[in-house]
Design a binder for this molecule. Structure first.
Ligand code: NAP
Length: 266
């Protein structure tokens, strides 16, 4: 089995990375940065986002494992003290692979036929660089609302505990193949109206945003910010690709939500 390690690059994460490399190599695994079967991410959930984007071309082959060197994460749910146990389980291939849904974002442009497609593990947001974002929101080909406000966020189930949660979105169990759209400070008065509630769409539905004002937008894909010029439309749906995580022991999602947001001491 081949492995790679992504570190957050602080002292503790780098030290753990070196230990993990030594242990795994001692167990006969091969360090292969380019084509790993298992990727250890050491740091936080943010580190796992970096690892995901680094290996997004080979999602079918890779299983991710997250170790947290700060607080408990949703992707980074192993403690540094558990590293030996983890290495033995990887070496013995003593793990299950679980898959979670991803978000596909396709941008079409006014000045060319080619579109750009991105995959997000957490979410994609869209904002206007200078003025209020004004977008027509279409659901399954029909106009749903004209949004005016700071921006819109479309998240995956595993991303629902991140930016989406801060925007008042629901926490979705990752076994649901769905995406969720949340508003950022919509303008709502007697003239302008949006639904105001987060929308959760199943995998056979699609969401399209069409600019009403301004062709240039700041689009984020997880931690990445991409200025998109001459945008005709932005299409969102549950991606056909899925992300794979190596699961070594049960750690139910709702327990992770409890331990992360309510209380981790019981
Ligand atoms: P960052 O600003 O350094 O970190 C954002 C925080 O989000 C970190 O505490 C990170 O956890 C946490 N996080 C990431 N994915 C999560 C998940 N699925 N569930 C719960 N918490 C999660 O940015 P970054 O490290 O580059 O990460 C980019 C992410 O930041 C974006 O995908 C977005 O979700 C999030 N973000 C959140 C807000 C907000 O809540 N208001 C605003 C902008 C962006 P770790 O400390 O474990 O890395």
């Amino acid at each position: 089995m081949r492995f790679a390690v992504q570190s957050r690059n602080d002292d503790l994460s780098n030290e753990l990375m070196e230990r993990a490399k030594t242990y795994l190599t001692d167990f006969g695994l091969i360090f292969d940065d380019a084509e790993p079967d298992v990727v250890l991410s050491i740091g936080g959930d943010g580190t796992l986002l970096h690892a995901f984007h680094r290996y997004k071309e080979r999602l079918d082959e890779v299983a991710f494992v997250g170790i947290h060197t700060g607080h408990l994460g949703f992707y980074a749910d192993w403690k540094p003290a558990e590293i030996e146990k983890l290495v033995i389980s990887i070496a013995k291939h003593d793990f299950q692979v679980i898959e979670y849904p991803l978000l596909e974002v396709k941008v079409e442009y006014t000045n060319r036929n080619q579109s750009a497609t991105f995959l997000a593990l957490n979410e994609s947001t869209i904002k206007s660089p200078e003025v209020t974002l004004v977008m027509d929101v279409e659901l399954n080909g029909a106009l749903f609302e004209r949004f005016r406000g700071d921006g819109l966020c479309v998240s995956t189930p595993t991303g629902s505990t991140a930016y989406n949660k801060a925007l008042g979105g629901a926490i979705l169990h990752p076994s649901l193949p769905a995406i969720q759209m949340t508003e950022m400070a919509s303008i709502n008065n007697r003239v302008f109206r949006t639904v105001g509630s987060p929308l959760i769409l199943p995998s056979h539905h699609n969401l399209v945003l069409k600019p009403v004002k301004g062709p240039d937008f700041m689009v984020t894909i997880d931690h990445l910010q991409i200025l998109q010029k001459d945008v005709k439309s932005v299409h969102y749906r549950v991606a056909k690709e899925r992300v794979r995580f190596a699961r070594f022991r049960p750690f139910p999602f709702w327990k992770r939500v409890h331990d992360s947001f309510i209380d981790s001491n019981d």
